[in-house]
Design a protein around this ligand. Structure first.
Ligand code: TYM
Length: 370
């Protein structure tokens, strides 16, 4: 058990040789204090993560990130956001953005995030995210933002707006506001996480320890699920080719058809091999959908053709995703419930975020009204 400051004070105030309390009584007093004081319970570590409400959640988001969030929420304090401010960088249609924000909250819950255990909230409901971003913008270097792969890719595709450039700083603010220990994400976010760590260390070094320096958690299997049509490119919510992506809301027929039409590599064997990204990707998806190791699946399909394998994969995926889409349909129709989740989430998130921001403002010299 970790002894808290106040317990230590208690020990000091009862001198060792005092006759006031016998040794056994002193021990009892300390133990009772430890058990009774909630502050002495070792607090859970914090995980934070988020997803941009563009289009719909897809298989890559689930396998690379959401699956880990669900798995972590008992042993960590989970804080999960629908990061609508990030989505503004591609100037989405306002009505769609509003709808998709609710779709995402409903899908988080449908896939297993429990709003009773974890904080589930919408980023724009907690203004501290934008406020801390401004402060961190003044610590981030032009060079480190312009080398971000996602910035380079997205600024070619969309207009080159300043939001795209400072996007990873907003992401750092999301993470640092909650004194996050671990950030479960897919491999594509690794570079952004590095920036968050650098900004935390830079700020802590300039002033005094203020932010926890977060660790990324990137899964060994499924950290980068690839497009079904161009398997050298990651699967994406916003791929122009709808056949490239399996959405968690796809119907059984859509799933079967997308898997059937998924491209395959040259060669005929169903084996995992990085030089054959298409079949390796399908094997990873099969493994996640069935919970079986890839080696075992390779053995099962030894000597079998791609067509049979893909047909079986389609069926496995339909079975795997069915409970998500059924729960999603049910939850998505409960507007009042979703509203309550957002309201409670925003309140709880803001309670934490406000404390961090106040600390930051104080350290950098912003004036408080007394
Ligand atoms: P976003 O919305 O693009 O993706 C959400 C999560 O899904 C993961 N992911 C994938 N994993 C495996 N294979 C794929 N093909 C795949 N595509 C996406 C992403 O790695 C991510 O974990 N910038 C973030 C959102 C964000 C965030 C944050 C994340 C904003 N603030 C703070 C963590 C912490 C993004 O655009 O994710």
């Amino acid at each position: 058990m970790i002894l808290h400051e106040r317990t230590l004070q208690l020990v000091i105030f009862v001198p060792k040789k005092s006759n006031f309390l016998k040794k056994r009584e002193k021990t009892f007093l300390i133990i009772t204090y430890c058990v009774m004081s909630e502050e002495l319970q070792p607090s859970k570590k914090i995980i934070f993560s988020g997803m941009q409400p563009t289009n719909q959640l897809m298989l890559g988001n689930y396998i690379g990130a959401l699956r880990q969030w669900v798995g972590f929420q008992d042993s960590y304090k989970g804080i999960f956001s629908v990061v609508d401010l990030h989505a503004l960088t591609i100037r989405p249609n306002p009505a769609l953005l509003r709808k998709q924000t609710l779709d995402f909250i409903a899908m988080y819950i449908a896939t297993g995030i429990d709003p009773e255990k974890s904080i589930v909230f919408v980023q724009s409901h907690v203004p501290e995210h934008s406020q801390l971003t401004w402060v961190l913008n003044c610590f981030a270097q032009m060079g480190e933002c312009s080398k971000m792969t996602q910035y380079k890719e997205k600024s070619e595709k969309f207009s080159q707006n300043v939001g795209l450039f400072t996007y990873p700083v907003l992401m750092a603010a999301d993470i640092l506001l909650y004194q996050t220990d671990v950030v479960p994400v897919g491999a594509d976010q690794k570079q952004h996480l590095e920036l968050a760590r650098n900004l935390a260390e830079r700020f802590n070094g300039t002033y005094s320890p203020t932010f926890v320096v977060p660790e990324p958690f990137i899964p060994e299997e499924g950290a980068r699920i690839m497009s079904l049509q161009e398997p050298t490119k990651k699967m994406s919510k916003s791929d122009e080719n709808p056949r490239a992506t399996i959405f968690l809301t796809d119907t059984a027929d859509e799933i079967r058809s997308k898997i059937k039409r998924a491209v395959t590599d040259s060669g005929t064997t169903i084996t995992y091999d990085e030089s054959r990204p298409a079949i390796s990707n399908l094997l990873t998806i099969y493994s996640v959908a069935t919970g079986r190791p890839i080696k075992e699946i390779e053995q099962e399909f030894n000597g079998v053709g791609f067509e049979t394998f893909k047909k079986e994969l389609g069926e496995q995926l339909v079975t795997f995703l069915k409970p998500f889409s059924e729960r999603y349909t049910e939850i998505r129709s409960q507007k009042d419930f979703l509203n309550d989740v957002m309201a409670t989430g925003a309140k709880n998130a803001q309670n934490i975020a406000r404390k961090t921001l106040r600390k930051v403002y104080k350290k950098i010299g912003l004036t408080e009204i007394e």
